[in-house]
Design a protein around this ligand. Sequence first.
Ligand code: ADP
Ligand code: MG
Ligand code: MG
Length: 876
Amino acid sequence: MSYKFVYLFSEGNGNMRELLGGKGANLAEMTNLGMPVPQGFTVTTEACTQYYKDGQEINDDIKAQIFDHMKKMEEISGKKFGDPENPLLVSVRSGARASMPGMMDTILNLGLNDEVVEGFAKKTGNPRFAYDSYRRFIQMYSDVVMEVGKKYFEELIDEMKEKKGVTLDTELDADDLKELANQFKAEYKAKLGVDFPTDPAEQLMGAVKAVFRSWDNPRAIYYRRMNDIPSDWGTAVNVQMMVFGNMGDTSGTGVAFSRNPSTGEKGLYGEYLMNAQGEDVVAGVRTPQPISHLKETNPAVYEQFCNIVDTLEKHYRDMQDMEFTIEEGKLFMLQTRNGKRTPAAALQIACDLVDEGMRTPEEAVAMIEPRSLDALLHPTFDTKALKAATPVGSALPASPGAACGKVVFTADDATEWTTQKGEKVILVRLETSPEDIEGMNYAQGILTVRGGMTSHAAVVARGMGRCCVSGCGDIKINEEEKVFTLGGKTFHEGDYISLDGSTGNIYGEAIPTVEASISGNFDRIMKWADEFRTLNIRTNADTPRDAKQARSFGAEGIGLCRTEHMFFDSDRIKAMREMIVSDTVEQREAALAKLLPMQQGDFEALYEAMEGCPVTIRFLDPPLHEFVPTEEDDIAELAKEMGKTVADIKAIISGLHEFNPMMGHRGCRLAVTYPEIAAMQTKAVIQAALAVNARHADWNIVPEIMIPLVGEVKELAYVKSVVTKTADEVIAAAGAELTYKVGTMIEIPRAALTADEIAKEAEFFSFGTNDLTQMTFGFSRDDAGKFLGAYYDKKIYESDPFAKLDQVGVGKLVKMAAELGRATRPDIKLGICGEHGGDPSTIEFCHKVGLNYVSCSPFRVPIARLAAAQAALNNK
Ligand code: ADP
Ligand code: MG
Ligand code: MG
């Protein structure tokens, strides 16, 4: 027997999602639970991988297994594929392991042709329905399989409606739809130069292939990259008997959630549409009914559905997102999955499931996607400003949050304005489509004219944690002219608007926003996470404001304070420049003496903000030319101050020019050439700690001085000798006691390679993975954007190594350095302070390598707390 590539729903189960995809596994599971599921089979994800191995061909073995299973479906259904007398029609549906909404395309009513449709009309006694199904099939097949744009068919429908003087597609009769089917086939031939395929077997293989192919469309690739889904997983294909929601007024189709996906509130939530099929509900063609309405119109089906929902939720122990169809009063389940939800809803649901006894706190912590917390950490509207503002309109609160930005009308503009111009934008669209996904991600918020709570815009925005207000029918929009009107006001591209995704209100002005805080469910989950994690979480902060923010989000110290950021204020930069252009040690010391009190004040404020927690201060790191003046006025002023000529100053500035500044005169090399800089910074650190400890009897700040860019133990030993000499003198002069630590960044490959040596001097290591990545890969973060796109396209890299740590290469250095460091100094403290410190997969790596802490930007602290807990739970 050959290898099995195809499974009947009755052969699978819910645990087989790797092989059958999420949709297939859950269809099998619902079948096993005895629920009314139209039967069918799943072509496995392995068949998809095989298809790509075979050069995008479906081999004979897989083909034979597919048709063998079609035979089985014919037996189950008592119908025959392609038989005009009693035709079996199927849907072809994609389904990857992880759900990828809107990424893959579905084809319905497959198996129809001119002959079969006539038989089908006779058999059902409902020609309108038969031709409606046929025209839908041609439309979907053309779009999905042959990539003839949907819009050509929609235009034909609109023309037909206009001709008949009707507004709804349900008002078109059998003859109209038959005529439309003919027009569609003609359009197909005009666009592709061949006839629409009449052979159902050919249609089936075309559709299966299209699903496999869609795994690699640009939207899918982008979605995978955003969500860390590997490209070699592949998608499964489900071939399923059709049931028909478009048979008339006792038929319909809908979607429902077992809890509110926006708020998490318990209770059935959803929409349905009678006499409709497939995407009609979510496409906003007609306005759907709330699910509660079904209770009045069809109480028996409603009750049956409620029972199924209850069973499914208890079975999966999670909120379910379900798709169903009613065919002439009979209910069928077409899909269930753990529902996508807003970050706030995710917290509510996780807490409720614990309270309802369905989940343990460990499981609740594991249920929350760490990165989704990001949306809860972003600003909400300033309450006062919000009260003072009057909405110009309102629509559906599709995805919560507050957004304020400039209006743009295309997804490309949203991307461009944000990435090129650094603008905050709101994307305003008639409706969104999967092509818009990148622009939606960049926008602060999304406003659509059409579409309900389950429209594409709403679903995608909630997944991204992006604010969205949808279905604002009051808007008159002209997308080409880039203008819309609402509430008697006209808005052009670039005008400010604000959206409240929690109320659905739209404001024709900019409304200031306020920072978020952690409370309620969020706090509860965070406290559980803190119980389970072993990693400490610190923050990268250079200002008291950032430090306070991070502290309020639960940071347990500062892992990286970049002191150079403190020198850019207008009053400080002058002293800094004087220091740089000094000729003698005395001149330099005089300039540094001006900086000392300011620097000491900075550190005191940071220590105060961190309430006694450890603070790691990194000494001056960037090349000096970053500080020198470029404006003539500034140069002249500096010349005057220093008693030099403008030409002298210019000569000094040009002398600072470097061919490769990132690898030039920076980091500890500055302290080696100008030890007085390190001495001044040491004084500031130590005096600040003494002062703050004196103010707070119960605090015992142990300052941590971090020397950057070390590659050789002797350079660290030299700088350390300057630090300890200065520090010890200051402490002795104060007649006080103070412990302090001197450590280093590990950010040059040579430091990692010789970490055993370096640990002889360093009391702690902090992995500076930004530079370490840059120097290990040999390309810079600032220039990688120019070619990384090509690397993603060619699948050389799947993610940005500056965002997600390269565990294979850079990670190997980290692991090795950690081991070497510990071998020399068993109690050495190890942390990470690159951008990667806030990335969940990197955090798991840090946990496994046994680092003591991760340090990340303030807004990532809660994400890191949760990710660290999940890492601990996963690696128990
Ligand atoms: P998506 O993954 O985009 O949700 P689906 O494969 O779930 O795509 O298909 C979309 C919709 O098509 C379903 O929600 C359902 O309404 C309809 N559909 C799919 N298969 C069938 C079927 N066998 N019978 C009736 N409707 C179907
Ligand atoms: Mg679906
Ligand atoms: Mg660095």
